[in-house]
Design a protein around this ligand. Structure first.
Ligand code: BG6
Length: 512
């Protein structure tokens, strides 16, 4: 049976706990730590995927003792754990957590970190393996790496490993990403750098590769001969919440496209890698990023759409306009919605458009990749109006529903030949049950095991920025005139629909 076979495979892959190590979290008093990192580590502990020789040092400015930190985390886990917390396991887990107050710009703090690390390493038998997680604002990434370098905390010797996980945003454009890569590579080798993109931690995103390359029937039709176009929707119903200051600088294009959405595109479009070794997979992803045709300034005007939400309603509740959100300028020109048409210039995808849209305050949270196939070449059923012969569509549902569905035509029962569109659905939760997770478990575990497949290499990050650079340039030179241009709770500005309609296509209707 499918379920038990699958369970076997998973078990083999994951039975080994990660290497003995200490994880240092810079920014341990922040949101990411309590919402994602600690719950993810706890889930790993529950699955016996943490080494028995493991410890965490939380590092942040706020003065706190180990005991106070443990108490705080024990409170927070009640809110952020993805399933009920087992008190016995938690008691054991929390004893592995330590706290060090310090300033990431002060060399003394790093000397202190060095001695605390040495002590904890000895107590927990972590063999001198350390990894550092940058859960702080991006301005601090480089100074922290430099301080780690100066203190000798990233030197790998006597079989010890030292790794650094860097959160997004990795730069805010091509130049800054290059500069950051250059600066951190003066201290670290590429194999020590784990640039994280939490989209790759999502089960359904990882499943794109399994779906494509673990089955024989899809690959032969996964190309320009059979596919009409691909459309990717990453919609959020939330607004910018408390992140107005960050968002004003970033905007949706930077926030979502060169990272999360490009992950979805590369996994959908890449050639089969020669193995599942990190570089084999990442080489193929990088090739796709390099094959995405950069837009000319004229194309930016016709093939890109930006929007900003005005006030409206979400789930029947009134919500404010972006310009009325905290820490947002009342005349802000920052985009909260983007739609693009991109082409991938290679043998497999020439002339097959990839449309993508993403935005905040859309009617619902949904991420999906829809592959639309070409219509049947000959209309045998003449009495069926042609527009009713809906093309086959394969949809990879990433979130919140996780699954895959295939739409095809079927005869509507009755004496006449009439065609209707029906769906064949696979739902993850139905088959495998649901194992709620934060999405960070796999990424943290992989870092502990030294598997960088799901992390970004420098060239990939830079290639991603190269694609969006011309868009950023034109948008900067020509500020938007009509913001806000979509009401909260709608599917974005009308230009996004026109982008598709001009090509005789339309966005998949997603029920609100
Ligand atoms: C983050 C962005 O990287 O991803 C946020 O900064 C966005 O603006 C979030 O809301 C979306 O992630 P998810 O996992 O909720 O789809």
């Amino acid at each position: 049976m499918i379920v038990s076979e699958a369970a076997e495979v998973t078990k083999e892959r994951t039975e080994q706990p990660g290497d003995p190590c200490v994880m240092v979290i810079f920014g341990a008093s922040g949101d990411l730590t309590k919402r994602k990192l600690i719950p993810a580590l706890y889930n790993l502990a529950r699955e016996s995927l943490l080494s028995r020789h493991f410890a965490v040092i939380g590092f942040a400015r706020r003065p706190m003792s180990n005991e106070e930190f443990r108490k705080k985390i024990s409170q927070e886990i009640k809110e952020f754990a993805t399933s009920p917390v087992d008190p016995e396991l938690w008691d054991r887990f929390v004893k592995q957590l330590y706290y060090l107050p310090g300033d990431v710009q002060d060399a003394n703090s790093f000397r202190e970190l060095q001695s605390v690390l040495a002590q904890i390493d000895k107590e927990h038998g972590t063999r001198g393996n350390y990894f550092y997680y940058m859960a702080m604002a991006p301005d601090f990434f480089c100074p922290i790496v430099q301080q780690l370098g100066a203190t000798g905390l990233v030197r790998e010797e006597n079989g010890q490993w030292r790794r650094v996980i860097i959160e997004k945003p990795f730069g805010h454009d091509l130049d800054s990403a290059r500069a950051l890569n250059q600066a951190i590579r003066q201290v670290l080798s590429e194999k020590q750098i784990y640039r994280i993109d939490h989209y790759l931690g999502k089960e359904t995103v990882q499943n794109i590769l399994v779906f494509r390359f673990g089955n024989g029937i899809f690959e032969p039709i996964w190309n320009r001969r059979y596919i009409d176009h691909v459309q990717i929707t990453v919609a959020e119903d939330l607004g910018v919440e408390q992140r107005g200051d960050y968002y004003e600088e970033a905007g949706t294009l930077r926030d979502m496209v060169p990272n999360h959405i490009f992950q979805l595109i590369t996994l959908t479009a890449m050639e089969p890698p020669i193995s599942f070794e990190a570089d084999a997979v990442r080489d193929e992803q990088a090739k796709i990023l390099r094959a995405i045709q950069p837009l000319s300034p004229e194309e930016v005007l016709t093939l890109t759409v930006r929007g900003q939400y005005g006030e409206g309603q979400i789930g029947g509740e009134p919500v404010p306009a972006y310009r009325s959100e905290p820490k947002v300028a009342p005349d802000s020109r920052t985009e909260t919605f983007v739609a693009l048409k991109l082409s991938i210039d290679n043998w497999r995808w020439a002339d097959i458009p990839f449309y993508l849209r993403t935005g905040k305050r859309l009617p619902k949270r949904v991420t999906e990749i829809a592959i639309e196939f070409k219509r049947a070449p000959f209309i045998l059923f003449r009495k069926t109006p042609i527009e009713r012969l809906t093309p086959n569509q394969l949809v990879l549902h990433i979130q919140p529903d996780e699954g895959i569905s295939l739409r095809f035509g079927a005869k509507v029962p009755g004496p006449l030949v009439r065609l209707g569109a029906v769906n064949m659905n696979f739902d993850y939760a139905d088959y495998f049950g649901s194992t709620p997770s934060t999405g960070y478990e796999r990424l943290l575990y992989d870092c502990m095991c030294g598997d960088a497949t799901l992390f970004q290499r420098a060239d990939m990050v830079e290639a991603g920025w190269s694609v969006v650079a011309p868009i950023l340039d034109v948008w900067k030179a020509l500020p938007p005139r009509a913001f806000p241009n979509y009401a909260s709770g709608t599917w974005g500005p009308k230009e996004a629909d026109e982008l598709m309609e001009r090509d005789g296509r339309r966005w998949r209707k997603i029920s609100d």
